[in-house]
Design a protein around this ligand. Sequence first.
Ligand code: PMP
Length: 452
Amino acid sequence: MKSAKEKALTLAEKDKENLWHQISSYNEKKRPMVVEKGAGAWITDHEGNRYLDGMSGLWCVNVGYGRTELADAAAEQMKKLAYVPMTQSHEPAILLAEKLNELLGGEYKIFYSNSGSDANEVAFKLVRQYHQQNGEPSRFKFISRYRAYHGSSMGALSATGQALRKYKYEPLSPGFLHVAPPDNYRRPPGQSVEDYNLQRAQEFEEKIIWEQKETIAGIIMEPLITGGGILIPHPVYVKKVQEICKRHGVLLIIDEVICGFGRTGKAFGHQHFNIKPDIITMAKGMTSAYLPLSVTAIRKDIYDQFDTEEENSHFRHINTFGGNPAACAVALKNIEIIERESLIERSSELGERLLKELANLTDHPYVGDVRGLGFLLGIELVENKETKEPATAERVAKIINGCKEHGLIIGKNGDTVAGFNNVLTISPPLSSTDEDFEFIVAVLQKVFKENE
Ligand code: PMP
């Protein structure tokens, strides 16, 4: 019998031999962490090392690991009925669509896909088709923000505003434009957050006018920029963007792929801002990543353009796996857990506590800003607090590695090209216990102390 350590080494060797990891090749240089199991907020590797997963995987395991209820929901559904193409229908898909409408406040048609990227592709395609069928075929362009991430497929990558992720794959899809997002920490000295946010929102309108409004199909944005470094807008910004969209006949797509399902302390991030998006995309936390599933929710009156007597007015888009019965059953059970355990309220409460506990970090020589909404926190590291020069990659890595040595996994986000890959991100399962919470705070305080 192999010891756990020997087994871990063998797996790591086989991994190195056969696997190509996502995002980078750094796993080829150092041994990858091969994860064996998870329970609650914690994961364990094959050598028996335990880590609190302060990123919920990729911001997705909202209800934590080891939920047998979710495994049972999937198994029961698979045994009963494994597959139905969504040209037809089935009970979990119907009940989930009804549940999502309850969370969204009604008025949406639910279209299923597999990933966040897929959901955004669906949004772009149907917005273009909507304008064609609504008598405005010249509207084809989308505006999004620099620093935002919207996915890896060609359209979603085109909407993404992070150059380093894109430049080796160009030319991407034509018709995607970008404006700068609000970055309150770096607003001009002396300008109020409100004025600054209104000015940033105005950039959308300027872009629409300069580009000729009859060519603009939609705006896509997250309620707050997550992967680009936790950039939380003032509410006036979001309200103004919606007003601009309405004024110019542009549809507003809100990407809730990370912000949905309680992450920001509300069911959906846009609900902080009292707006009614035309289209909402969601994925990750919908199933807590136990199975892949995503949704594009479309306002019903937009859908009406696709439900006419005219030939070919239907939405010509199909995917094989979207709305998989087991994935829908898992999503329903996942939402039931979120509601039963009041995890949305918990996210809001834990997030507020975390911001309070970590507020003192701004006294640290390299911490420029600590910000968050719900259980989604960003710590912006700088070299110099006066100039706000972003922290070097080495300084950021020291904190991340220090946390890992103490058993806490955290993330790093921003936009590398602009030098802003300096925002530590903390986004643990919403089901984290009080002890988990105290562990996160203790490790962060300790690691920052060690790196003064
Ligand atoms: N939108 C946002 C805001 C995301 O963060 C992501 C993934 N991190 C996506 C879309 C794409 O989702 P997926 O990786 O499931 O395609």
